[in-house]
Design a protein around this ligand. Structure first.
Ligand code: BV8
Ligand code: ZN
Length: 253
């Protein structure tokens, strides 16, 4: 199958070069090379805290200032982080494809900063906050002291990050748009995600069911890898620029 040194097949390059519609799903692995830890890798965000301890409404109501401080810390890290070559390669690939949709589970805003245009933030964005009672959006928070959670000036309700927690519905229109596009994609890439969180992890499987050529790009094979057309093993910051390069040079040849 391999006629090039690249970790991906010629088929993937040809499919992308001839594709009309390309969908991409990204996860925390795409931001790892920007210095933002993932959730489930060793030393990742969930290794210190369990998902249940922080990323759900009950945890928040029990310990609002702990959860607010956790997001403040993550906001600082992603604010200081820079998009990496993987983010930029996706923004450049979008320019090569007639219809391109980037669906991300990431809440760090790096795809937009790298220049991607058509982004669906399925799990929200930690730059935005809102009041859990009156839903009023709340600008950046000051430093949060232990036991003194940030509250809404309007009604005194606790301020929460505008992200989707476990047990919460994803924004319905975003999810429908993402799923609808996956049914029409010619090629679908699943990049840097452990594919364990639903319903986001369903997207590559929907694309496959509707006839797309589906490849995952990951440092390791994921739980859904065996159901896809191809698993490309490698770091997204290295593989994505190589893939972009291969598509552009195939088109020139
Ligand atoms: C919901 C919040 C229902 C923001 C997150 C079946 C159907 C529907 C729901 C469920 C279901 N089964 C279970 C559920 C419930 C749950 C779920 O999926 N649980 C899992 C854990 C079993 N789903 C939900 O609760 C969802 N809501 O379904 O509501 C509902 C219906 C009706 C009425 C009410 C409710 C909500 C899910 C969203 C949860 N929010 N985050 C935040 O704080 O960030 S999830 C969190 O994990 C992230 O947001 C991220 O989106 C998600 C997945 O993580 P990944 O991005 O994949 O990161 P991870 O660390 O896991 O993996 C990194 C990968 O990258 C690894 O594979 C690694 O190898 C790779 N990698 C590392 N470095 C690199 C690399 N790859 C390439 N290059 C590198 N350099
Ligand atoms: Zn309020």
């Amino acid at each position: 199958m391999e006629s090039n040194a690249a970790p991906f097949s010629d088929t993937l390059v040809e499919r992308l070069a001839n594709a009309r519609r390309v969908g991409v799903l990204t996860g925390a692995g795409v931001s790892a090379e920007s210095g933002i830890s993932t959730f489930r890798d060793a030393g990742g965000l969930w290794s210190k805290f369990k998902p249940g301890e922080l990323a759900n409404v009950e945890a928040f109501l029990n310990n609002p200032d702990l959860v607010q401080r956790w997001y403040q810390e993550r906001r600082q890290i992603s604010g200081a982080a820079q998009p990496n070559p993987g983010h930029y390669a996706l923004a450049a690939l979008e320019k090569e494809i007639p219809e391109f949709v980037l669906v991300t589970q990431n809440v760090d805003g790096l795809h937009a900063r790298a220049g991607s245009q058509t982004i669906i933030e399925l799990h929200g964005n930690i730059e935005r906050n809102y009041c859990i009672d009156c839903l009023k959006s709340v600008a950046a928070l000051d430093e949060i002291k232990e036991g003194q959670p940030a509250v809404c000036e309007n009604c005194g309700g606790f301020v929460r990050p505008d992200v989707v927690w476990f047990g919460e519905r994803l924004p319905a229109t975003l999810l429908e748009t993402a799923m609808g596009f996956a049914t029409r994609a010619d090629v679908f890439l699943s990049v840097g995600t452990s594919s364990v969180v639903y319903p986001a992890a369903e997207l590559p499987l929907i694309a496959r069911d509707y006839g797309a050529y589906v490849a995952e790009i990951n440092r390791e094979k994921t739980e859904i890898g065996h159901m896809l057309n191809e698993t490309v093993l490698g770091s997204s910051g290295i593989v994505l620029p190589q893939l972009l390069e291969a598509v552009i040079s195939l088109r020139k040849s």
